[in-house]
Design a protein around this ligand. Structure first.
Ligand SMILES: *Cc1c(COP(=O)(O)O)cnc(C)c1O
Length: 468
């Protein structure tokens, strides 16, 4: 496909506007550009086709199966989009007087209330712009709590090795020292190691649950008890709320603070780098440390983002919560778990699973043996799936599993889709087994083939440079 610049032909113009009939304002010389902007010259028709062609090349949930583990690429009902497009929500200004945007305030308040109910927390802020930003905010609350109690020794944060990579990063960014705790053989937090890790320097624990192996830690209450007894607080990475929402509540498991990814669980399209929201909830005793918007407490950690965060993401979340309702939310969580287990069952005779038994919303496969014995890797399988029109699972994550592929089908896929996709997963595996070397050139049918991973990472070319 040619770039729009390459389609440009001198002299092709589109005149949409009448000639200017008011005097032009003369800008100061220093503000004027010295050369013409290198804009493409292309007819409206060709431009329209250009963008339509680009659109066809993008792959999203609306095109097909997208089992990208840890990302919850579920189908986002269009009604949420319709709600977020209402003029009353889109045509407002953040500085407009509060009494003229009471409906928007109600959206924020209601969403906070429902999310508190879903998580078992007492207060919530919707300001953080993403999951990692939410974690950062949540850990600021915990840090501030210890600081204001003059408990200055508490600078260590415990992070199990099955946690999401953003958790240790959050601890470090907050100036804390990260203490890693290993998992047991079967993928749960090692309680003995946890007991040995906590002490009077423990600020808290950050736990991803279900963890990055797709497992719900069955010792969860014991974990929070151990940390609390040592005087630390418990932070719940709730980006993976999808399989538990409406079923169990982190607040009831003993957690003091949590973030949710509204752009994963609560139905905002993501993956293209669009706006998100990392809502942060906390228990009553941490409430006064929350970031402020209008009114604030002296103890607040301050502002983490301008105004009210990504407001339209919140509108979508509220529309989603209201349309699913009290019955729909747990039903959706249960279906996420059923779908993942169904797909796991379909694949387990072909792929080696990182963990036996039932999973939550996602499961992890390992191609460690295949790489050693036959010469094809997780990367080869993922690239092979691209040629079959399927978005690959997450690769090489979690780090504690070698040659990992992590699949999260989500609740919005039909049984037929799961069966068809699983058949493709099995076929690509058999293809690799027959001719491992051929897999190294995959994909062959996509616009871009197999880039040199090192060059792509070290010397990426992300910009079109016109020929001089
Ligand atoms: C996605 C994810 C995050 C980070 O969320 P972002 O919005 O990408 O910053 C954190 N923790 C877990 C478990 C996740 O899956």
């Amino acid at each position: 496909m040619k770039l729009v610049f390459e389609k440009s032909r001198p002299g092709v113009s589109n005149i949409y506007l009448d000639r200017c009939d008011v005097p032009a304002y003369e800008l100061d010389e220093k503000y004027l550009r010295k050369t013409e902007a290198a804009l493409p010259e292309i007819s409206e028709n060709d431009l329209s086709r250009h963008y339509s062609e680009l659109e066809r090349r993008a792959y999203g949930v609306n095109n097909g199966f997208y089992p990208l583990g840890s990302c919850t690429m579920k189908y986002n009902p269009k009604i949420n989009e319709a709600a977020a497009s209402l003029e009353g929500f889109t045509q407002i200004h953040p500085l407009q007087p509060a009494e003229t945007v009471k409906g928007c305030r109600e959206v924020l308040d209601l969403t906070e209330k429902y999310l508190c109910e879903i998580t078992g927390m007492d207060a919530m802020t919707l300001a953080p712009a993403a999951g990692a930003h939410g974690e950062f905010t949540g850990m600021m609350l915990i840090k501030r709590y210890h600081e204001l109690r003059n408990d200055k020794k508490r600078t260590k944060v415990i992070v199990p090795d099955s946690s999401h990579g953003t958790n240790p990063a959050t601890g470090t960014m907050n100036g804390m020292q990260v203490v890693s705790v290993p998992s047991t053989e079967d993928g749960y937090v090692d309680l003995e190691a946890l007991k040995a890790a906590v002490n009077d320097e423990t600020a808290g624990l950050m736990l991803t649950n279900p963890n990055t192996l797709g497992l719900f830690d069955r010792n969860i209450e014991e974990i929070t008890r151990i940390v609390h007894e040592a005087g630390g607080l418990c932070y719940y990475d709730g980006a993976n709320m999808n399989p538990i929402m409406g079923v169990v509540r982190p607040g009831d498991m003993g957690f003091d603070c949590i973030h949710l990814n509204l752009h994963k669980t609560f139905s905002t399209p993501h993956g293209g780098g669009g706006p998100g929201a990392g809502a942060v909830g906390c228990k009553e005793f941490l409430k006064e440390y929350l970031p402020y918007d209008e009114e604030y407490s002296e103890k607040s950690v301050g502002k983490v983002r301008g105004f009210h965060g990504n407001f339209l993401v919140v509108v979508r979340a509220l529309a989603y919560i209201l349309s699913l309702g009290k019955e729909g939310i747990p039903a959706s969580a249960e279906m996420a778990v059923v779908n993942a287990n169904y797909m796991k069952a379909l694949l387990k005779d072909t792929y080696t699973m990182a963990n036996e038994g039932y999973c939550m919303h996602e499961f992890v496969m390992t191609l460690e043996k295949e790489k050693k014995e036959y010469g094809f890797s997780a990367l080869d399988i993922a690239k092979g799936l691209l040629d079959r029109g399927i978005h690959p699972p997450t690769m090489y994550f979690p780090l504690i599993v070698h040659e990992a592929l992590m699949a999260e089908p989500t609740e919005t896929e039909s049984r037929e889709t799961l069966e068809e996709a699983s058949a493709q997963f099995i076929e690509v595996y058999q293809e690799a087994l027959k001719d491992p070397a051929s897999m190294h050139n995959k994909p062959e049918l996509t616009p871009i083939g197999r880039p040199d991973e090192v060059t792509a990472a070290r010397k990426p070319v992300l910009r079109y440079l016109p020929e001089e």
